[in-house]
Design a protein around this ligand. Structure first.
Ligand code: ADP
Ligand code: ASP
Ligand code: MG
Length: 405
């Protein structure tokens, strides 16, 4: 018997009808002879609503209590789905992250999984019961409830698939797969039938939020094939899998954009060994994930350092940057939230010159100024003003002829 993990995102379980459609699909999967472990997200916008509620109640948000609050959303989903399955004669039992044995570190709001025990899930499967697990949560090594970061139910699903030896992990969402651009921004975007882990990592890291980045890392490291599908149409989706070396890789597979970052600039920093090391060590100690970094040519022994970080880490980044301000160390910290990155991702890029030039020419023709640039062997990212990001994505999608045929 094959074991599959099926994860249903927020829109897939948003209301009673959706819950029933999901229950029907799980029942169908069981009838086809497969064993299923289900992972659910909070219904619709529940997580955002809980965050909003916390803002209304208090200006102080102890991380431990925030995690206790946020995990409530997934609890509702798992219990309701088990009821819908029971009505269909499918024995099912709900499990919190803690009950499923998902052990994390102690970093609230962004906890990382240290171990998946999964004993109770194996026992349930052995009894013919479908385990329905609350996504996005675990229990820390000091026995507090933790959450895995926004979009973290994807990580729960992949971690369970790896720990239980599932044949694949199916991610059900509101689009029918991974597209050549966010279909909300480029309605003519093409569904990619197959994407390599390397490309998917870059797509997820640069704003293609259809899969959370950490889930892709986990899947690649543990060789878990991922299937992204629609829970509305159930049509064949996108398979994310190891690259096939016998196949020619597309030069550009996807255009992504990310409006969740902010730019922090330290101007007038002393240009001597150790300054950057101290700055980025302090950022790491505050768990800030820095993305792009630019340091200018120095003038009179002084230079500027700019970096980008998630907007939710802006306060921490600013504090760290300001801690570098000394009479001779730096003159000023400037933050900018109106930035976005647009990126091209494609495994064939490494062997095709000219992609960068076409990207820059396309943005220039649209009158879009490039503020920062970063590259990897299979990605080029440009920072632009945030209100121009969608226009940039649409122009690049056209320029690289990525529209559906
Ligand atoms: P879920 O709640 O199911 O986890 P998400 O909202 O996290 O769903 O992810 C699905 C969304 O990702 C889609 O609605 C789509 O707008 C967005 N998205 C961004 N980039 C892409 C892309 N390249 N391909 C598919 N979807 C994308
Ligand atoms: N409910 C959580 C969120 O909205 C986790 C998830 O949906 O994956 O971020
Ligand atoms: Mg998601």
């Amino acid at each position: 018997m094959t074991l599959v993990v099926q994860k249903f995102g927020g829109t897939s379980v948003a209301d009673a009808d959706r819950m029933q459609a999901v229950a029907e699909h799980v029942a169908r999967t069981r009838r086809s002879g497969d064993d299923v472990v289900v992972v659910v997200s909070a219904m619709g916008r529940t997580t955002d609503d809980l965050l909003h509620l916390a803002e209304q109640v208090s200006g102080v948000h102890p991380a431990r209590e925030m995690d206790m609050l946020l995990t409530a959303g997934e609890r509702m989903s798992m219990a309701l789905l088990c009821m819908a399955l029971a009505e269909r004669g499918v024995p099912a039992a709900s499990f919190t992250g803690s009950q499923a044995g998902i052990i994390t570190d102690t970093l609230h709001r962004k906890a990382r999984i240290l171990e998946v025990k999964g004993d109770r899930l194996r026992a349930a499967l052995a009894e013919g019961v479908v385990p329905v697990v609350a996504g996005f949560q675990g229990v820390s090594s000091t026995r507090d409830i933790t959450t895995l970061g926004r979009g973290g139910s994807d990580v729960t699903a992949v971690a369970l698939a790896a720990a239980l030896g599932a044949a694949r992990c199916e991610i059900y969402t509101d689009v029918s797969g991974v597209f050549s651009a966010d279909p909300r921004v480029v309605p003519t975007a093409r569904k990619l039938p197959r994407v390599s882990f390397e490309e998917m990592l870059e797509i997820a890291a640069t704003g293609g939020r259809v899969l959370m980045l950490r889930s892709v890392e986990f899947a690649r490291n543990h060789h878990v094939p991922l299937l992204v599908r629609s829970s509305f149409t159930w049509e064949p989706g996108t398979i994310v899998i190891e690259e096939d070396p016998s196949m020619e890789q597309p030069v550009v597979s996807a255009v992504t954009h990310d409006t969740s970052q902010a730019k922090i600039t330290l101007s007038g920093v002393a240009d001597r060994p150790g300054i950057a090391a101290t700055l980025f060590r302090r950022l790491a100690e505050r768990s800030v994930n820095v993305d792009m970094i630019v340091q200018n040519i120095s003038h009179d022994g002084m230079t500027d350092i700019s970096f980008t970080a998630p907007r939710e880490d802006l306060a921490a980044s600013r504090e760290v940057a300001e801690s570098m301000l000394g009479p001779l160390e730096a003159a000023e910290v400037i933050t900018d939230e109106d930035v976005a990155t647009v990126s091209l991702v494609g495994a064939g890029m490494k062997t095709h010159p000219g992609v960068t030039a076409t990207m820059f020419e396309t943005l220039a023709a649209e009158g879009i100024n490039i503020e920062m640039i970063s590259t990897s062997p299979i990605r080029i990212s440009c920072m632009v003003r945030s209100d121009l990001a969608e226009k940039a994505v649409q122009a690049l999608h056209r320029a690289f002829e990525l529209d559906a045929a």
